[in-house]
Design a protein. Sequence first.
Length: 266
Amino acid sequence: MPIKGFMIDVQGTLIDDIEKKPIAGSLEAIASLKKKNIPFLLVTNNTKLESVEFRKYLRKQGFDFDDEQYIDPLMVLESTLPPCVVAAYGTEPFLHFLKKRGYVLDCKSPEAVLLSIKESFCSNEFASMIEAILSGADLIGMHETSIYAKNGKRYPGVGALLKMLSFATGCSYKVVGKPSRDFYNAAMRKLHEQDSSIEFGEVVMISDDLFGDLGGAKKMGMRTALVLSGKIASFEEARNLAQKEEPDWIVSNVLEWFKFYDRGAA
């Protein structure tokens, strides 16, 4: 099938994990898609800033895109978890966002444990989560990122923590953002605003997260491109991991993939 559109990760793919600045070539790649009127969507697991603020930040960095060309988990949270009593774990802006949306924050008797990224977790927090889950609270992840990079080191992502809690309690869990089927379906509905005929098999998902993004995209029928500008440091590392979840392409960065695409090699 021909390639007709793109879903593109942000952190580690368009902006770096240290300074949160554009990765070399990423501005040019997005500008080229915009100029050629090729359907694309920035598909991010951002929960640190409200959606409108993160869009403003990306535009301040020079990225040219419309509001309709962006989606994050905060935009679809209520379809997975309507406002209720939650034991929420995340950054202060994320907790503030929840309160604004009508969620009641209560770690003692929650209806759901809602897990997002934060600076660090402690053993007592994990103990509280386990008690809540064993008492009947649902386990929800804002996304299922496998690992994340910070200050030159790599740490377990929300997806890894969800699997740990699931193993510890025997419970299942739901995911709001990538790589959940519901989230990718919501992303496809936004792509349809640009081209109503586009199908999953005609979309390439580009990301630095092999398991947390690309695995789910592949299950939806998308083709996948792994970039080495974020979580995965080398082609050797990528080849080792690809034995478990093989992407269609492995490239150094997003611009390299689009040069490959422009040559008609994709």
